[in-house]
Design a protein around this ligand. Structure first.
Ligand SMILES: Cc1ncc(COP(=O)(O)O)c(C=O)c1O
Length: 461
């Protein structure tokens, strides 16, 4: 495990409101490597020289600070028990899961693979919650074998799980995912009775679900809802408490279910570009807690154990991706394209969601950003553009370009498109760097390939 920073809360800054990781510094002008960017006390240029390019660089202090701000926020704003889970879909690997567990967080997983990763990282099964709108039988069996909590999403799963539990004489712990009718966009939200979502039970199904649960072999711990991702508004999360409290009241008063846990999902946004203005982690936690307290108090219900499951706001701001600049194409009266040695295979978000990012040149931090360039990936897709019309200092082949805020939904969505090996990842803290994901090799790319005998090159006689 990397060294634990002395000052875990750092200087009170909320990581999700920063463009750069909390430890980012620029080396002073009196050094040979003046103007170079350091993260976690490590020079980014030296990290690339040592570990290769592209490289994901995860700052332990930023990650741990975000975990602690969530945890301490609940301690401050919620009088009942609470548990923060990490939505590991944002970045599932052994080291990230282990850091989360070390910080006292549980893990939300959405597949057998993520469940296996969390278990192998040493996370206690009771701290793992399995999501998914179409869990395979094998995934449900792994969940029952391990003893994690299953978040039931739909009728097919509810009946399958009940049948499976009876056949194994088990009474597994479950939560039920409901669609609360609150739909968020980044800057506005709508509230409807019914939502066109593939996840969770529709509100009209809720009474029948409670009826089924009251006679099933499943121990229903409570209810779950998740209303969206990269949300900057607080009001939807405030309102969610009231909606969920209403369903708690129904479950307990009409169906005799004694529910003890409420999971209000994740969704807090982060600053990818200067104009992004998300609330802080503490403001989000305070709002969630207030909504739940009001909703439950108004209905004279005891406060549930309150769970949340952020992903992006924990891991997103803690990581950057360092690339090496290669070719440059200047179109007369048009754009200037600066090509880097990665792109949509290590960060598919821009081509998938038109997501925006910012970048800096790690070896020219003090230079004026007086050029407008477009950062092009190296894949055979015209759309493989990481950042359009970015202001940067003049950058040449060999310079190190650092894209910010790449911890969430980058490595976890990475592919081998164009048979490009996935980059390595390192965790940095107090001047030390440790590999947490090895760089793939060409032979890794062929790991699953089979060449049937009839296709094997014949040796000329
Ligand atoms: C059920 C559920 N929980 C938690 C999350 C994490 O959301 P975020 O990364 O925006 O915090 C997601 C992401 O979409 C989700 O679907």
């Amino acid at each position: 495990m990397e060294a634990v920073p002395d000052n875990p809360m750092h200087d009170g800054r909320s990581p999700n409101q920063q463009l750069l990781p909390l430890t980012a510094q620029v080396l002073s002008a009196d050094r040979a490597d003046a103007d170079h960017l350091t993260i976690g006390g490590c020079s980014v240029v030296s990290l690339v020289a040592q570990f290769g390019s592209p490289l994901y660089i995860l700052d332990a202090l930023t990650l741990r600070t975000a975990c602690r701000q969530y945890r301490l926020g609940f301690e401050r704003h919620y009088p009942g028990p609470s548990q923060v889970l990490y939505a590991s879909k944002a970045w599932s690997c052994l080291a990230v899961c282990a850091i989360m567990a070390d910080e006292g967080l549980g893990i939300d997983v959405v597949s057998g693979g993520e469940l296996y990763t969390a278990l192998e990282a040493g996370v206690a099964p009771r701290q793992i919650y399995l999501h998914g709108n179409n869990k395979a039988l094998g995934e449900l069996e792994l969940a029952l074998d391990s003893g994690c909590v299953v978040v039931v999403d739909n009728w097919h799963e509810l009946k399958t799980l009940d049948h499976l539990a009876r056949s194994r004489s088990q009474n597994p712990q479950v939560m039920v995912r409901l669609t609360p009718g609150i739909e968020c966009h980044t800057h506005e939200y709508i509230r409807t009775g019914h939502l066109d979502s593939k996840f969770g039970f529709d509100p009209q199904d809720v009474p029948a679900v409670f009826q089924f649960l009251s006679q099933s072999s499943l121990q229903c711990l409570g209810l779950h809802a998740h209303i969206g991702s990269q949300i900057f508004e607080l009001q939807p999360h405030q309102d969610l408490g009231g909606v969920m409290a209403e369903w708690f009241a129904l479950a307990q008063k009409e169906y005799g279910l004694s529910l003890s846990e409420l999971n209000i999902g994740g969704g807090l946004g982060i600053r990818y570009v200067e104009s992004d203005d998300p609330p802080s982690i503490d403001q989000w936690v305070q709002t969630v807690c207030q909504g739940v307290r009001e909703g439950f108090t108004q209905r004279q219900l005891p406060l549930p154990k309150l769970l949340c499951e952020p992903g992006r706001s924990l891991v997103g701001p803690a990581c950057v991706t360092a690339y090496t600049v290669g070719s440059r194409k200047e179109i007369p009266q048009g754009r200037t394209y600066l090509a880097i040695d990665g792109g949509m295979s290590d960060n598919p978000r821009p081509i998938t969601y038109q997501s925006q990012y910012r970048a800096v040149v790690a070896n020219r931090m003090g230079a004026d950003a007086d050029q407008v360039v477009t950062i092009a990936g190296k894949h055979c897709e015209s759309g493989d553009i990481l950042i359009r019309d970015l202001k940067l200092p003049l950058a040449h082949a060999g310079d190190v370009l650092v894209v910010l805020g790449t911890g969430a939904y980058n490595y976890s969505m990475a592919s081998n498109y164009n048979r490009i090996p996935r980059p390595a990842a390192v965790v940095v803290a107090e001047g030390n760097a440790s590999v947490i994901l090895r760089r793939e090799t060409y032979s890794d790319l062929l790991r699953q390939d089979c060449l049937p005998e009839f296709l094997q090159p014949s040796i000329p006689t």
